[in-house]
Design a protein around this ligand. Structure first.
Ligand SMILES: [Zn+2]
Length: 321
């Protein structure tokens, strides 16, 4: 076997590789910000004011990034997330500005309410059998309304992340009825209730005021249930499936890539911050660790790599040549 790994031979036989086109960069757009706000728990990441969005998108596009995933932080929150579907909402405005300034960029929008509700949950909350909880069917119309408002602003792909039953079917129906049959749905189809989302909650100001998200996100112990979630979303009409987080759940990426639809792997904030923190201390080499994490997502079967390292990875791919 070692003949295969001779220095000159080895690159010829690489089974997988990372391309710039695989990368999706998440961006936080903050309606309350007047200058980029550094995110303390995610060194090197910022919340950007709307005015900066075109320049940020242009810089990414120049680096070879072809897709962004937008999250919004609104000026005001309420119980029903009314700013999430407002035609002049923060994400809708960000979509318009990228659409105009960088027409070649694929614009993906996160469709959820947790950044927009005062309670921080992913839907309408009402009393349930086990106490206050997200009401599934009551929240579906809201998700559909948010998705349509994003499509109307010019989003290419809407990405529901709420893990509600029936969210993909509800959104597909609403998009089609409103003339957006060409807009894709990338479903956060297999999303685990993970400890690795911690830094994101500071980034997106989406911490919750009570309970947790375990009544809608998957338990890390359950693979069969996780596959069923993606299978149902595929049946409801999802165009792209997703596994989130990525690194600890590569077995799920591998299994779901067998379904026949493209799969996105989301390397989440906690995965980003772990690498950053260890690299800052000199305990691991950042570039090597990041590139290995990218390659392993590809090896598992991911088509798209959603990662806060996207711009760095694009730069490192340039260095190689
Ligand atoms: Zn959410």
């Amino acid at each position: 076997m070692r003949r295969l790994r001779e220095r000159k031979i080895r690159p010829l036989l690489a089974e997988h590789s990372v391309r710039k086109e695989d990368l999706v960069m998440p961006l936080f757009v903050d309606q309350t910000a007047t200058a980029p706000v550094p995110i303390g728990s995610m060194p090197g990441q910022f919340r950007y004011p709307l005015l900066d969005v075109p320049a940020v998108a242009e810089k990414l596009f120049d680096a070879g990034i072809r897709a962004v995933l937008l999250f919004g932080i609104p000026e005001e929150k309420d119980d029903i997330a009314s700013q999430a579907y407002h035609p002049r909402g923060v994400v809708q405005e960000a979509v318009r500005s990228i659409h105009t300034s960088v027409p070649g960029m694929v614009i993906i929008t996160d469709v959820c309410t947790c950044e927009y509700t005062s309670h921080g949950h992913c839907g309408i909350v009402a009393p349930g059998r086990g106490g206050p909880d997200v009401q599934n069917d009551l929240s579906l119309d809201l998700m559909a309304r948010i998705a349509v408002s994003h499509a109307d602003a010019g989003a290419d792909i809407v990405a529901p992340s709420c893990m509600l039953d029936g969210m993909v079917a509800a959104i597909r129906k609403a998009l089609d009825e409103n003339g957006f049959s060409e807009v894709l749905i990338m479903s956060y189809s297999t999303k685990f209730s993970s400890a690795l989302y911690g830094p994101f909650r500071e980034a997106a100001d989406s911490g919750f005021s009570f309970g947790d998200r375990s009544t809608y996100q998957l338990p890390p112990s359950n693979a069969r249930e996780a596959l069923m979630e993606s299978r149902l979303d595929a049946e409801e009409g999802a165009d792209i499936l997703m596994v989130k987080p990525a690194g600890l759940y590569l077995d799920m990426v591998a299994a779901i890539s067998g379904f026949g639809l493209p799969v996105a792997a989301y390397q989440v904030s906690g995965e980003y911050s772990q690498i950053k923190a260890a690299a800052e201390r000199g305990w691991i080499k950042e570039k090597e660790a990041v590139m290995e994490s990218m390659l392993c997502m590809k090896r598992a079967g991911a088509d798209l790599l959603i990662t806060y390292f996207a711009e760095d990875v694009a730069g490192w791919l340039d260095e190689k040549q």
